[in-house]
Design a binder for this molecule. Sequence first.
Ligand code: GLC
Length: 563
Amino acid sequence: METPTVHEPQWWRGAAIYQVYVRSFADAGGDGVGDLAGVRARLPYLADLGVDALWFTPWYSSPLADGGYDVADYREIDPMFGTLAEAEKLISEALDLGIRTIVDIVPNHVSSAHVWFQQALEAGSGSPERARFWFRPGRGEHGELAPNNWRSQFGGPAWTRSTDPDGTPGEWYLHRFAPEQPDLNWAHPEVRQEHEDVLRFWFDRGAAGVRIDSAAELVKDPALPDYDYDSAHPDGEPHPYNDRDELHDIYRSWRVVADSYPQPRALIGEIWLPDPERFARYLRPDELHTAFNFGFLACPWDAEALRESISTTLAVHAPVGAPATWVLANHDITRTVTRYGRESTGFDFAAKAHGIPTDLALGTRRARAAALLTLALPGSVYLYQGEELALPEVEDIPADRIEDPMYHRTGGTDPGRDGCRVPLPWNGSAPPYGFSPAGATAEPWLPQPLDWSALTAAAQDGDSDSMLTLYRRALRIRRNEPALGDGPMEWMESAPLVLAFRRGPHFACVVNLSDAPAPLPEHSDVLLACGPTPGGLLPPDAAVWLRTPLVEHGAQVAPPRAG
Ligand code: GLC
């Protein structure tokens, strides 16, 4: 019998979580944009896939200057996506299928259309309304220079000059992302209070957790000093806007909110930090429950680098008692099959690039092996919509259709992130591939490639060699296998450039990153393989899950009963 994690109080420790980029998941309304009705209609697909929770990228009312990460009102669903009542229905319908819901909270900034920012613009310099943000006079004789040299994550300066109510140039305001995303001042008590209320608002509606956007960036040095971008950040020196110690107090108070529910809600941080020890500080028992493991995501497809990343991850999580997470992709990152099909298989957020020669067949083989690797590692795992269909990055979106501010603010030098956000293909042989209903009035908001008919969910359904089938099988086994998900792991001896590890006494995962077929350890059964294992050997760029009735402490251990 399958055992969905719905009754497990600490479900986040081992869950398989599926990221829904709502705008591109399924369009029931026919306007070319995904919506909540589309997700509701596809819940059976998600239940069948076998995921434990859904993380929805922001669905709140928003001008969509950054795909919804510019929130105008946390308590409303954008009409493009649906209504609040519909979100509540979606949360409860998903739960009926054993699937929890995680919503996305964006505390670093709001949309410039948010009522607070509008009030701040109107109220003028020195007003209490402006104190919720970072308004400062400019430098230079006429205030024509930005208050400091900070850069926006999306390119260009992190400051924009505002216009006073009388039409003259006024103070500057800080935005670490797009100008439509003014940064909040987290030293302000109302900013803290409001976010705790927003957490309760969604927890009261059944959300089982929140994903916290840009979680290490909220607090700024109030002196707003210039930053030296050309040198390595000195060890031990506080950074002016990243990973500041004051953040921990904020998350401790969020934890009190999360723990006040009879079924505690999970706090999941989006934390990009190169130092794993600093990263783990956010996961102390009274702070966040888990955080995305971007170190692993950025890791190249290389046995020693992966082994090192996995071991370091587990070593830094252990002292704080938090589960690790494993992520290969999300809505900000080059699609896995494309990334793994290139000469350089790692990921550097600062250097997203298109047009590099890509061997998609190789990338897909590696992505299949990586799926079995991540789903077997201890902790929770995140799956980004379309990964289960092996969708590649779309690299030829016409410039006039690209929406990502990262593309526009870098003058096109950075191709941006729309290539991994293209609407999903569900069925059929031509766009919109069932993404929008027959008779839709508009094309999908981003154009879909013409050669995706073999990648649709319908085309892959029932095909024993498809990525979809591999994910379905793997997730099913993962759910039924007590040793998978949360728990310990142990490296096994293996041939060079082969990763092999044991989960419990009866389960082993082997991944071959060498260029020669590798022998398999002793096993009684192959539970799942990426592909054929001719002659009992594991081909390069393949992985396998094994039942291992092996010796433990010198005794032969019987395999668990099937089912
Ligand atoms: C996070 C999101 C990204 C967004 C940014 C600003 O990194 O994942 O999509 O652009 O925050 O909110």
